[in-house]
Design a protein around this ligand. Structure first.
Ligand code: F3S
Length: 81
């Protein structure tokens, strides 16, 4: 199982992730990304069929703001760093 979360402190609102994987990534009023399936807590498992797209978004984020883990994030993008 994989979990994902966006670090909104480093997101530069480039808009790439929501194009790569719109089922998972959306943007707030400021254009900052968040994981839509769990209100960016990083606590809900990414559906298996979307794992590859999330990985593509992870690799394409210019500010390394997308985090992926096999453990839930509990709302903290830096939990594993
Ligand atoms: Fe932000 Fe990276 Fe998405 S900069 S808008 S999290 S691709």
């Amino acid at each position: 199982a994989k979990y994902s979360i966006v670090d909104k402190d480093t997101c530069i609102a480039c808009g790439a992730c929501g194009i790569t994987c719109p089922q998972i990534f959306d943007y707030d009023d400021e254009g900052l990304a968040f994981v839509r399936i769990d209100h960016n807590t990083g606590n809900q498992v990414i559906p298996l069929g979307l794992e590859d797209d999330v990985l593509d978004a992870f690799e394409g984020c210019p500010s390394d703001s997308i985090k992926i883990s096999e453990l839930p994030f509990n709302g903290n993008p830096l939990r594993l760093e």
